[in-house]
Design a binder for this molecule. Sequence first.
Ligand code: F6P
Length: 546
Amino acid sequence: MAASALRTRPAWASLKNHYQKMRRVHLRQLFDKDRERGERMAVEATGIYFDYSKNRITDETLGLLLQLAGEAGLRDRIDAMFRGDKINVSEKRAVLHVALRAPRGASILHDGQNVVPEVHAVLDKMAAFADRLRGGAWTGHTGKRIRNVINIGIGGSDLGPVMAYEALRHYSKRDMTFRFVSNVDGTDFAEAVHDLDPAETLFIVSSKTFTTLETMTNAHTARDWLLAGLKGEAAATAKHFVAVSTNAEEVAKFGIDTANMFGFWDWVGGRYSMDSAIGLSTMLAIGPDNFRAMLDGFHEMDEHFRTAPFERNLPVLMGLLSIWYNDFFGAQTVAVLPYEQYLKRFPAYLQQLTMESNGKHVTWDGVAVDYDTGPIYWGEPGTNGQHSFYQLIHQGTRLIPCDFIAFGRTLNPLGHHHDMLLANVFAQTEALAFGKTVRQVKAEGTPDWLVPHRLFEGNRPSNTLLLDDALTPATLGKLVALYEHSVFTQGTIWQVDSFDQWGVELGKALAQRIIPELEGASETKLEHDSSTNALIRRYRKLKGAG
Ligand code: F6P
């Protein structure tokens, strides 16, 4: 098989050779050789200090990675995205989430039309609704004030809203309850509503397509629950359901007045939509001004990505470093470790963003790749992870590059907590990079037999992102945009379509086929493999079906 375009790039070949040298180089040596490394290999932009010095790289590595970005045409691809080119080739769509946060008055064209005025029209409609609901002017069917908001959605129509709500809870309206229902497992819905009064509850049905099985099932269950609670008055739906979708027809069919629908566009991918109307629950929680501040944060990072030279460009550097470990060191995963409790759902959010985007086996031309694409992203907030899986990162046999995320200020300044938290961030990155040598372990009086157990090889790479400010709506926007554009950078190098998700389709289609086989009064002819057939039969027996 002929090598792919990526493998034939001169920088790729140079990086392969260079890796042979670098795999034996220890971070201890690199820091010993260059006393200034810690300050030199750091970039500051948009209020984020990005320290990448604890990576297994030299200036030569960086030069070659930047050369690779040049050879991959990253600059042109960035311009193409901002220009509204249809870079989502398999779905023939533009990729314009950057337009969602463009300031009023800006111009971003889609098929020759400036989309920014439409974006702001929706934002204004959301803001007007948010003000009415938060202020008590929008009441439920019985005239009671709405105190509970439940977002029903899944994937990009859930993970962004949940993550943003948790992240910005400090700014949220504390006398309101916000919940999120995504799973088709009825438990998710049951637990979300068990203590709520339907008369005080608003459902936001968030679905780009308005056809997603899980979301529509939950939406119907929500309507039944509401109507049961409000004595079957069908008109109640109008005051207790709003929709966020691109599909007005299906919204109307469900029975939601399209006047209460907040739209977005097919040029916004689900996992890139938390700053569109999909963020309605976020806006209801934190208010329109905070939501706009979040959009400004996104936009600041967009502008940085679009204009900063690559050697000082945060998302480009992060993306290239990820390529270095994924494709040359063979690292399978990346750990994202936010030292900020409010970011507890950030790793889950990033899993969709990164893995649905770059978990691809063919290039955008449909040619099978002959290199690894998208690594597995995972993580937990610090310091909790330190008492569980960090053991493996420190002393296991796998190389796991880590992103440490920390904030200069805390929103909850209690005693020494924040100093202790940050001490742990710095300690972890130091321990990972430099470890503890045999000599150091012995010098502590460790008996010889115990030395191997207490040895830390070090040379475990990490990035540290230290944000000047606390976690604010704006810093959250910057952080999310940073990862979005890092994903874009990686997808460009790998030449994959980071904006489609065909890999989720097969399972969806098979589930649709299996549902009637589980629910039918009598067993139908099963034509799956023998394992699937047996499981279906066993389940039917368990539920007492014929
Ligand atoms: O299952 C994949 C997916 O299409 C995601 O990309 C998307 O975020 C999610 O489903 C939800 O889709 P929708 O918003 O159309 O309900």
